[in-house]
Design a protein around this ligand. Structure first.
Ligand code: NDP
Ligand code: 8X3
Length: 253
């Protein structure tokens, strides 16, 4: 019986790369995100290339009712989720707190914190019934350190760090593994989203050094998930070699 992974935010970047890596290890997949066309294209590709079964759920993780109804619409067999990758997330803006856009704050907190909670509540209860499962939360170096103008994004990822620890405690009696991965700079659509389509500014974030690739993160998540059943990697920080932390970089001038 193939295992099942549910990946939030599978339309781009790290989520899409995870879908490809898990499909290559013959997992059946539940792919979620807001852009249905991208999800369907990816699903088709993975079915063709790896012969895996894929379900697509269009859902905005900020919308509690939509999350619940989409997840609960899955057939019973598909609720036997082995791995949940809580990946959907974003940053909006990079301004001093006093100049911050409060709509951006709402978007980040609603997506990165509340969205992750809504999905986890439903899926963890499926795992509890089966007394097994693995939840992998996408934190960030921004959830370990605070950097200038990162304020609310950093706070939202610090919340993910706290929730990762909280889940591990609360799900302990149920035999569910809970891990977080905290990357530094990964070249994805992240900066384009942060800078609201300003591709020139986004490109600059990754200039003068070799950033991580989405594939690096997906392969590391696969490593975490594929450890023997008695092993849990609680927390993993992964950085480009050229980035020591949120502040110190070794960039070409
Ligand atoms: P991308 O922008 O490439 O991908 C983000 C994904 O999140 C997309 O699939 C997007 O799907 C989904 N998403 C965003 N908002 C929502 C929403 N409201 N509902 C459902 N899905 C949503 O970024 P990354 O792949 O880089 O980011 C993935 C995760 O990794 C995020 O949690 C991010 O914070 C974290 N991270 C990224 C780092 C980086 O440097 N790139 C470093 C550290 C952590 P859609 O728009 O179709 O809904
Ligand atoms: C994304 C990494 O440091 O650009 O989480 O905020 S950072």
């Amino acid at each position: 019986m193939p295992k099942i992974a549910l990946i939030t935010g599978a339309t781009a970047g790290i989520g899409e790369a995870c879908a490809k890596v898990f499909a290559s290890f013959h997992y059946n997949l539940i792919l979620t995100g807001r852009r249905t066309d991208r999800l369907q294209r990816l699903a088709e590709q993975l079915r063709d290339e790896h012969g895996v079964d894929v379900r697509v759920l269009t859902m905005d993780v900020r919308k509690k009712a939509e999350v619940e109804s989409q997840l609960n619409s899955l057939e019973q067999d598909w609720k036997a989720v082995d791995v949940l990758i809580n990946n959907a997330g974003l940053s909006q803006g990079l301004d001093p707190l006093q100049d911050g856009n409060t709509d951006d704050w709402d978007t980040m907190i609603d997506t990165n914190v509340k969205g992750l909670l809504y999905v986890t509540k439903v899926v963890s209860n499926w795992m509890i019934v089966r007394k097994e499962g693995h939840i992998v939360n996408l934190g960030s170096i921004a959830g370990k350190e605070v950097y200038q103008n990162g304020n609310v994004y950093c706070a939202s990822k610090h919340a993910v760090d706290a929730l990762n620890k909280a889940m591990r405690i609360d799900l302990l009696p149920h035999g569910i593994r809970v891990s977080a991965i905290h990357p530094g700079a990964v070249e994805t659509e992240f900066s384009e989203v942060r800078f609201k389509g300003d591709t020139e500014r986004a490109k600059k974030v990754y200039e003068g050094y070799e950033p991580l690739l989405a594939q690096d993160i997906a392969e590391t998540i696969w490593f975490m998930v594929s450890r023997p059943k008695h092993v849990n990697i609680n927390d993993l920080v992964i950085m480009p070699v050229a980035q020591a932390n949120s502040v110190y970089w070794n960039k070409e001038k």
